[in-house]
Design a protein around this ligand. Structure first.
Ligand code: SF4
Length: 119
């Protein structure tokens, strides 16, 4: 089940695929962020991402590390995500935020926890 605080940031602000009323469906990007960042940390990250403009429709360069850490563990990886399948569409909001996180020092604080959740 989603947590409204996280949904308001990850899904409503950054995910072009978000539709209200589907609170039991979430991707691995959402799950990793919810499990590893406090709402305050997430808000800080979101603010840094918003400074980059409207990125909901952006298609980031391929990252084997993020594919392995995030997408391959996602329920939408097989037959449910244009980004993971062919990069013909934008990734989810969770992926976009994690991509940003990978550029910031916070990443290094949370790598051990992220890895724990992937085991
Ligand atoms: S980009 Fe696609 S496969 Fe990767 S976490 Fe998001 S929804 Fe899942």
């Amino acid at each position: 089940m989603k947590d409204k605080v996280y949904t308001d940031i990850i899904c409503k602000e950054f995910c072009k695929y978000y539709k209200g009323g589907k609170e039991t469906l979430f991707c691995k990007g959402y799950e990793l962020l919810r499990n590893n960042l406090t709402p305050s940390e997430l808000k800080m990250l979101a603010a840094s991402l918003k400074a980059c403009g409207d990125i909901k429709n952006s298609i980031p360069a391929k990252s084997n590390e993020l594919t392995k850490l995030v997408c391959r563990r996602c329920d939408f990886f097989i037959d449910g995500c244009d980004f993971a399948e062919s990069r013909s569409g934008a990734p989810c909001g969770g992926y976009l935020i994690i991509k940003r996180l990978s550029f910031l020092s916070l990443w290094y604080l949370h790598v051990p926890q992220v890895l724990l959740h992937l085991q």
